[in-house]
Design a protein around this ligand. Structure first.
Ligand code: BGP
Length: 480
């Protein structure tokens, strides 16, 4: 068979992706309040806190470092960074707004003008270079006050506070932002409820009912954001955002195939089905029954969800997962976000994430088959340790290889007929890792001189991949 030439559509949205809490720093500047990542320590203890968040939400500077406090100081250096994105030819830049810059405690009636003005400046700077902002409304954070006083999203009151927050954003930025998405990797809270839901779960019994009730509140809030976006900003598009991890059966034993299917339904499709199809999928009802979950649903909630589905599906893709029903600890792969067994056909990153470009083509096909809505890959990339040579250069050919193979897979999926809007690799500039709180897990085209111990000049340097990606964009994906 001849190899077809893969064409990326005209207007394909090439760019890069970041999140406020991993990028900005200035954690108490401009009137900002504390948010959940501000009290997440760095280093090995961070993962433990994410998975078992029985901590008291107080700062312990004498005990831990809080890498988000300075992050890479985008708060003061955004002009320099945006100029570098423009040099690479970005069409879009994905960033998130920190809720606690706009409403420092989360439940106030009046927003913080300084916070609003900061994002005005950032959006203006992007638009100056014709870079469209792609905005995540909530990326793994909520004001800490909402966690302490209300118990995070387990409280219905957060729907009201969120509505006030998004109304403020749409009103203020309606002439500047066309692409929005509601909750980052909404399904990841199934595994780490502290991240997006702000739930400090202490025990297993405390997991099922509160987590799914909190999800219900987020789905209502998300549907309301979709409704408001469509009413307030004609022509804007608003998506959901899920972490998609295609799940393979470890072998062809039907027991294992069924097991993988059920894992995939719950993790990959539960949230998307609600936000894209507008209703709870049938499979979740059995799960709720088996775990004694009974949701409190108010009158009008299900209609709101049904009538306000998203315009596109944004997703992150880093790895696939391989599963079997009965596994022992020694089958389990070291680093994958949500476990699974080792896939003998795949290599792993330095953090044990299994690298699988074909899995991206599979994901795009699966998502498109299921939803028939445009897809936007808003995160993908290789976290790696980079070395700065004596002359200041950084040869990250391993990153180029990784991205090249994944972009090829996107081209194949487009050829399969999948509608893909764009591609924004994660951490286009080095930033704080969400899972480790460290700097040494780098994803960027731009190196930032900052280290795990907090030292460094914060100077920016172009890596080899910077020049490579610039050419990818300039040729609309023809030269890889
Ligand atoms: C996603 C998150 C991002 C980001 C990325 C890489 O799950 O949406 O916030 O950090 O993963 O993960 P990490 O930083 O842990 O390597």
């Amino acid at each position: 068979m001849n190899e077809l030439k893969k064409q990326f559509p005209e207007g394909f949205l090439w760019g890069g992706a970041t999140a406020a809490n991993q990028l900005e720093g200035g954690h108490l500047e401009g009137g900002k309040g504390l948010n959940t990542p501000d009290v997440l320590p760095g280093g090995k203890v961070r993962l433990k806190v994410l998975k078992d968040p029985g901590f008291d939400f107080e700062l312990h500077p004498e005990k831990y470092t809080y890498p988000n406090h300075e992050a890479i100081d985008f708060y003061h250096r955004y002009k320099e960074d945006i100029a570098l994105f423009a040099e690479m030819g970005f069409k879009v830049f994905r960033l998130s707004i920190a809720w606690s810059r706009i409403f420092p405690k989360g439940d106030e009636l009046v927003p913080n003008e300084e916070g609003l003005a900061f994002y005005d400046r950032v959006f203006d700077e992007l638009l100056k270079y014709n870079i469209e902002p792609v905005v995540t409304i909530s990326h793994y954070e909520l004001p800490i006050h909402l966690v302490k006083e209300y118990g995070g999203w387990r409280s219905r009151e957060l729907v009201t506070f969120f509505e006030r927050y998004v109304t403020t954003l749409f009103n203020r930025y309606k002439n500047k932002v066309k692409y929005w998405m509601t909750f980052n990797e909404i399904n990841s809270s199934l595994h780490m409820p502290i991240l997006g839901l702000g739930l400090a779960i202490q025990t297993e019994e405390d997991y099922y009912q509160p987590t799914f009730q909190a999800y219900h509140h987020q789905f209502v809030a998300s549907a309301r954001a979709v409704q408001l976006c469509h009413e307030m900003i004609p022509g804007a598009q608003i998506g959901c955002m899920i972490v998609y991890i295609p799940t393979y059966a470890g072998d062809c034993n039907p027991e294992n195939v069924l097991y993988a299917l059920k894992e995939e339904q719950l993790f990959n499709y539960f949230c998307g089905d609600v936000q894209v199809r507008g209703e709870y999928p049938t499979f979740i009802k059995r799960y709720w029954k088996e775990h004694g979950i009974k949701l409190e649903i108010q009158e009008g909630d299900l209609e709101l969800i049904k009538e306000n589905t998203v315009d596109y599906i944004a997703f992150s893709y880093y790895m696939s997962r391989t599963e079997k029903k009965d596994k022992t600890d020694k089958d389990v792969v070291s680093g994958n976000i949500i476990g699974g067994i080792k896939n003998p056909f795949l290599k792993e990153s330095e953090w044990g994430w299994e690298i699988d470009p074909i899995g991206l083509q599979i994901s795009l096909n699966q998502l498109y088959d299921r939803y028939q809505k445009p897809l936007f890959i808003v995160e993908n990339g290789l976290g790696a340790i980079d070395k700065v040579e004596a002359d200041g250069s950084i040869h990250d050919d391993y990153r180029i290889d990784y991205l090249r193979e994944h972009i090829k897979a996107i081209g194949e999926a487009i050829e399969d007929g999948v509608e893909v809007m764009g591609y924004t690799p994660w951490g286009c500039i080095d930033l704080i890792s969400a899972s480790t709180g460290e700097m040494s897990k780098r994803y960027g085209f731009i190196y930032v001189d900052k280290h795990d111990d907090g030292s460094g000049t914060l100077e920016r340097k172009k890596k080899q991949s910077f020049f490579w990606y610039k050419n990818v964009i300039a040729t609309n994906g023809e030269e890889l």
